[in-house]
Design a protein around this ligand. Structure first.
Ligand SMILES: [Zn+2]
Length: 434
């Protein structure tokens, strides 16, 4: 196991003091260079960086929404009004993977890119993977922000085998012949490969892989779902998380598997808010809310109080690995949150409750809300896929319904589906169908 760097074990109060100084410099930079933030902050009654104060006052500044940035884009200004540098200073431009309309472009200076790779390398190194080990990656990431995460594997001194998605045969052949120590994929794909291997009597548990690093969607941190992956792969599963506009793999879990550490510490400041009204929530043990992120030393197009729409739970107890600072586990996108008779519920929490019924269920679920928007009248329709060869047993549906009521205070109408009915994906699988 590799030990964390000195920076990662720095007392959190010392980190926050350094972050406060970086943040004040970043604010001065925004007032100087960013049309978007100069206008936005001035309109909010904050006329200068001195008026804005330090990190202790950050909650008084306005939030930034992705849609606002989009509104400032045009054919003559394709990046938007938050661009702060000359074209000649930009060394890379990523695109968001949105499938509709004009993509968002994310420019980076050489220093920005270096900071991204540093943070991402720390997040992945937390998993315990070390120089000299071999890793197979499955991201078709070239144009997208995850592409910078691939640079992080090089930074760590790993032997990198990029395979990409779209060809499971080729991937598993690489696992078999090149004997990697680790693979990187989405949790959906990791689960799909367990089934794929079972179908073909491929000995996944006996493969060389000892670490499965998952990212791209929530799931890797859900105990029952993770247990299924670890059993199927015969490997340890840890998760990582980033957000396109801010940086790749900002967070990464260590071998203690109790939430993700902020690998991008010193580069990014994290806050929590209530998604409904934007009210600040203190980041303490057990707190939950939407993650809001601020760049601390970004140059090309820095963001201030950016709403990630990721809903996280916080752990603030000391971690035995020695890394300091709060850890997070993502439970879902705020857009996926449903409100059933006043109770907030995330589809990932439903999957986690259902997964505990393995081996009678496959672990695949689909929530089918009847109303548009978050508010739903009970019962909430939930399709649960049975395990291979299992016959539908009405008492199983009743037991799952009862457990969902007890654990999540949600009344569900559970429908059992035969094995293989729900869609599998080599990237991300939806948990909600509207
Ligand atoms: Zn740790």
């Amino acid at each position: 196991m590799s030990s964390p760097s000195e920076i990662e074990t720095r007392p959190w109060a010392d980190q926050l003091a350094l972050d406060d100084a970086a943040y004040r410099d970043q604010l001065a930079y925004l007032f100087d260079r960013s049309r978007f933030y100069r206008d936005k902050l001035t309109a909010a009654g904050v006329g200068s960086d001195r008026d804005a104060g330090g990190l202790a006052e950050i909650g008084e500044l306005p939030l930034t929404d992705k849609a606002e940035l989009k509104e400032t884009r045009s054919t003559t200004d394709p990046i938007g009004a938050h661009l702060c540098v000359e074209g000649s200073e930009i060394v890379r431009v990523y695109s968001t993977s949105g499938t509709t309309g004009t993509p968002s472009y994310i420019p980076l200076t050489a220093a920005d890119l270096d900071n991204w790779v540093t943070g991402s390398a720390r997040s992945y190194a937390a998993s315990g993977i070390a120089a000299g080990e071999r890793i197979v990656t499955t991201y078709n990431a070239g144009p997208f922000v995850a592409g910078a995460a691939l640079d992080a594997f090089e930074r760590l001194g790993l032997g990198h085998v990029p395979v990409g998605t779209g060809n499971t045969e080729r991937l598993m052949r690489a696992v078999e012949l090149l004997r990697p120590d680790a693979v990187v994929l989405t949790p959906s794909y990791a689960a799909h490969l367990v089934e794929w291997a079972t179908d073909r009597e491929f000995d996944l548990r006996g493969s060389s892989v000892t670490r499965v690093l998952v990212a791209g969607e929530p799931g890797g941190g859900e105990p029952a779902f993770r247990a299924g992956l670890e059993d199927g792969w015969g490997a340890r599963v840890t998760e990582a998380m980033g957000i396109g506009d801010i940086g790749p793999s900002l967070w990464g879990e260590c071998e203690h598997q109790d939430g993700m550490h902020l690998g991008a510490r010193g580069f990014v400041h994290a806050e929590l808010i209530e998604p409904e009204d934007g009210a600040a929530i203190e980041i303490g043990d057990g707190a939950a809310g939407e993650l809001v992120l601020t760049h601390l030393r970004h140059r090309a197009a820095p963001l201030l109080r950016f709403r990630t729409r990721d809903h996280v739970e916080v752990r603030a107890s000391p971690c035995p690995c020695g890394r300091t600072g709060p850890r997070v586990r993502c439970v879902g996108r705020t857009d996926d949150m449903l409100i059933v008779r006043g109770v907030n519920v995330f589809p990932s929490a439903i999957r986690e409750v259902v997964a505990a019924f393995a081996p009678r269920v496959s672990g695949n679920v689909l929530v089918r809300p009847r109303e548009p928007g978050p508010k739903q009248d009970p019962p909430l329709p939930v399709s649960v896929e049975l395990a291979r060869g299992a016959t539908p047993d009405p008492s199983l549906a009743d037991s799952i319904g009862k457990r969902l009521r007890d654990a999540l205070v949600v009344q569900a109408a559970v429908e059992l589906l035969p094995w293989g009915t729900l869609e599998r994906s080599d990237y991300k699988s939806p948990l909600v169908q509207r």
